[in-house]
Design a protein around this ligand. Structure first.
Ligand SMILES: [Zn+2]
Ligand SMILES: [Zn+2]
Ligand SMILES: [Zn+2]
Length: 152
């Protein structure tokens, strides 16, 4: 589904968006944060922390894991990326979230993840939780299956 688009434009647009979001929120979009985000944006697939670490390191320079983890934390906090818990990997966010609610379709065949923006689903989940007296702090739903490309 991402095959027919100009991917370099897609990355630069996402970086610009992140840049303006950070300045709006008064947080610093430091070079390492930007670098980590662009590595995550490189493909429309979830990427693991150690792959990011490997891409940031070379023969002369080994990036330190805490640096990468701190950058990842920052990007998650600012909802520029999401962590996919079931595969312990990270994917760039495609939406401007007002609330911490995300749903993901995870393909078990090709590992592609599609983020959903379904307000009805979010409010239904909140309503159901509230009816059980449960106070939701953060909602994150991962639905596993086979994507349209793999099903064909
Ligand atoms: Zn793209
Ligand atoms: Zn998102
Ligand atoms: Zn698939």
């Amino acid at each position: 589904m991402y095959k027919d688009h100009s991917h370099s434009k897609c990355i630069s647009t996402a970086l610009e968006r992140a840049d303006s979001l950070c300045s709006k929120r008064n947080v610093r979009f430091t070079p390492i944060r930007k670098k980590v985000l662009s590595l995550i944006l490189e493909q429309h697939m979830p990427i693991k922390a150690y792959d990011i670490l490997a891409k940031l390191s070379d023969a002369e320079h080994i990036e330190k894991p805490p640096t990468v983890y701190r950058a990842l934390e920052f990007l998650i906090e600012n909802q520029l990326i999401h962590k996919i818990d079931s595969s312990n990997s990270f994917i760039a966010c495609e939406f401007d979230h007002k609330q911490h609610e995300s749903q993901f379709l995870v393909c078990d065949n090709c590992n592609e993840v599609m983020e959903l923006q379904e307000p009805l689903l979010s409010s239904a989940l909140t309503e159901i939780s509230e009816s059980k007296g449960f106070i939701t702090r953060q909602s994150h739903v991962e639905i596993h299956g086979v994507c349209a490309d793999c099903a064909n």
